[in-house]
Each structure stands twice: as C-alpha cells, then as structure tokens.
Design a protein. Structure first.
Length: 411
C-alpha cells in the first residue's frame, strides 16, 4: 500500500481527477437529495440531517481512498441509494435511535459474511455472462436517461452530448466527459438554471446518536439493508470491476465497508458500501491506463469526504444544480462500461439465455421483499440457465481436463 501511495502522484492527472470529479458530482447530487427528502419527511432536525449527510459521504470517501490504495483498483465508496429509500420509508414507523440500532446490526451481518469468505465464493461461482448481463440491465437506465434528458432540456443535454462526441473525435488529450460537464454547467449559469436557496453561513457539527435495538426495526431495516449492501451495491461494483479486467476483492470490500459503516452508524449513516455506478465511471477506459485508474477513485474519495465535511455549505448548491446535467453526464460516463459489459455478456457461447434474462430483469427494476432488481436478476437468470443451459454448468473430469491441457501445451 505504501508503494501505491507513492505512485499516486504519478497517476493523478486530468483524466483520473476529472473521472473522480464526475463520479462525485453524480454521487453528491441525486443520492443526497434522497437523504434530504427522507430526513424532512421523517421529522429529523436540521442538525440530524446534516450529520446523516456528513457520515455517509465523509466515511464512504475514506473507505474509497483506502480500498483504492490498498488494492490498486478503482473502487469507490458510497452509500446505498436503495438503502436510503428503504430507510426513508421506515422513519415514519421507527425513531432515529431504533434506525441506528438496525444500521449497526446490518453492518455486523455484512462483516460476518465477508469475514467468512462466503461472499467471495459465491461471486466466483456465478457465471461471468450472467453478471455482465445484470450490469447492463441495471445501468442501462443511465444511458436512456441521458437521451430522455434531451426532451427535458434540449440546450443543456443536447449541448453536453454534442460536446462529448466532438471532444472524443478531436480533443484526444481532454476527457470528453469533463468537456461535456464544463460546457453544460457554463450554459446552466448563463441561462440562469441554477436557483440557490437557503445558503448556510454557520458550520454544523456532526451529531452522535446512541442506538436503540428493536427487533421490529432490525427485521424491517437491518436485515434488508444488509442484503442490499451485499447483493445489490457490492455485487454491482464487483461486476463492473470484472468487466474492466480487474479481480475485485469481494470479501475485503464487505469487511472494510462494514467496519467503516459501524463507525458511521453512530452519526446517522444508513450504509457505507461500494458504489456500482461511481466505480463504473472511475474504471472506464477513458480514465487512462488500467494500472493507474485507482487514482480516480482516490480523487473521488477526496471529493466525497470534503462534501461530507462541508455539507451544510454545499447542500444548497446541490439542490440548485439542474437534474438534467446530472442525468446526461452520468449517462455519458457509463457508455464505456455498458459497451464492455454487453460484449462480455453476449460474445461467449455459454449462458446466453441466462445473460439475457439477467439483463431484462435488471432493466425491469423489480423490487420484492425490500430487495432490488440486481439480486433478482442474478437469481432469476441462474434459474433460467439451470433449466435451459444446465449442461453449461457441468464440470469435466480432472483426467479430461489434464488431457486438454497437455494437448494445448504440445500444440
């Protein structure tokens, strides 16, 4: 890790820093608004709301920096958007103290599953085409959202897409997503599309809340939250990293995320985990050489932590940013990951029906038993493959494998 830290300054460049910035803008806008809206509807005070935002962004930023440096992979820390939606719906039934008790239980469950090595074994067993099909299905909404944004604001969205294409063609040394972001923000300022309200001039300190352990809250929040972290958030990120040629440390991501999440829970963080979409942005080929892309996640972690520290000052600007900019920039940043995942899912001869069902279930956005589409995409596609493509799971005898290896060696 020391060597990776020393190499970091050589890998911090326009490409990696801009990828980290784009990922941070994506993670600090829409997801932050979900927390703000949920805190308001749940009756939390302004101090509790800011503390919730501080904890989720500051600690997830530190997690991303640590994991990226330790494993030299573009791993981004974040909070679970689906988890935030789950918590928002539960705050009207449980107190913040009971919710935090459930957060702690969720992190303990994730830690135990990660430390046992079970997560790593399961991820290695699932066929790659099915994982890639799930990634396409879950993340295709960012690409379609980019297109529908043009109907909402032809000027902002259309200009961003056009600049991205022209930059890709003519400005090889400038990240095209960065060019699109700069132009769209400038146009938003010129057209007065930013509307800043309720600017805070005082620093709000994080607020520690002691937990209360309630069986009902643990069942309603804690257990579903643990499943979301493992089967939705971390699984997405793992699939993205695999699509880009990395060997993700699945167990370590769960263990370290749970450890950081335990600390963040006392300040109101509902979940600290690995981010699928942001990891996708930082791991894209446009970020640079594969060995140096981890610097993008370090940059992202820095921006996340700063956002958390100064949440009281920054939140008004987040609320003021036109949502169309976030949608179109996120879609443009995902293009490379989506094309690579499609190629990996459907270029092989095996598990094609499973990969297809993984894609369409992921696209459907189904949500049963507080568990989102990514997990159902994996489960459903595995059932389909077992029924239709069961022979693809067959393992050849060791003697036959040895004969094939000897033939390849002598060929």
């Amino acid at each position: 890790m020391k060597q990776n830290f020393q190499d970091l300054r050589h890998n911090l460049n326009v490409n990696t820093v801009s990828a980290g910035l784009v990922a941070a803008i994506f993670g600090c806008t829409g997801p932050a608004l979900i927390i703000i809206g949920g805190a308001t509807s749940g009756g939390l005070t302004h101090t509790q709301t800011i503390s919730w935002i501080f904890a989720t962004y500051f600690f997830s930023g530190l997690l991303g920096i640590f994991l990226a440096l330790k494993f030299r992979q573009p791993i981004c820390g974040a909070h679970s958007i689906a988890g935030a939606v789950l918590v928002v719906g539960s705050l009207s039934h449980f107190s913040i103290n009971e919710a935090i008790g459930a957060y702690i239980v969720a992190n303990v469950l994730v830690f135990l599953l990660g430390a046992s090595g079970l997560i790593d074994k399961v991820m290695k067993w699932i066929p790659l085409p099915i994982v890639m099909g799930m990634i396409v299905g879950v993340m295709i909404r960012f690409a379609t959202g980019m297109i529908t944004s043009v109907t909402v604001s032809p000027l902002l969205a259309g200009s961003a897409i056009l600049v991205f294409l022209l930059s890709t063609r003519f400005l090889k040394k400038v990240p095209p997503v960065l060019s699109a972001l700069v132009i769209s923000v400038l146009l938003a300022v010129v057209t007065h599309s930013f509307h800043i309200k309720n600017f805070q001039s005082a620093l709000v300190l994080p607020h520690v809340v002691m937990p209360t352990f309630s069986i009902n809250a643990i069942v309603s929040i804690g257990i579903p939250l643990a499943l979301l972290i493992i089967c939705t958030e971390n699984a997405q990120a793992s699939g993205v990293l695999m699509a880009q040629g990395y060997n993700p440390p699945n167990s370590a991501m769960a263990v370290y995320g749970a450890m950081v999440g335990l600390v963040g829970s006392f300040f109101g963080a509902h979940a600290i985990n690995i981010a699928g979409p942001m990891t996708a942005i930082c791991s894209a080929k446009e970020t640079g050489e594969k060995e140096g892309r981890y610097a993008a996640s370090v940059s992202n972690g820095f921006f996340f932590s700063v956002f958390g520290l100064f949440a009281a000052f920054v939140v008004p600007f987040v609320v003021a940013m036109p949502s169309v900019i976030v949608s179109v920039i996120a879609g443009l940043a995902m293009l490379g990951v989506l094309t690579n995942s499609l190629k990996s899912a459907f270029s092989a001869n095996k598990f094609q029906m499973g990969a297809f069902f993984a894609m369409i279930i992921g696209m459907s956005g189904v949500h049963f038993f507080n568990i989102g589409a990514p997990l159902w995409a994996i489960v459903g596609s595995l059932i389909v493959s077992f029924l239709i493509e069961g022979h693809h799971f067959a393992f050849k005898p060791k003697r036959e494998k040895a004969n094939e290896l000897s033939i390849e060696t002598t060929a």
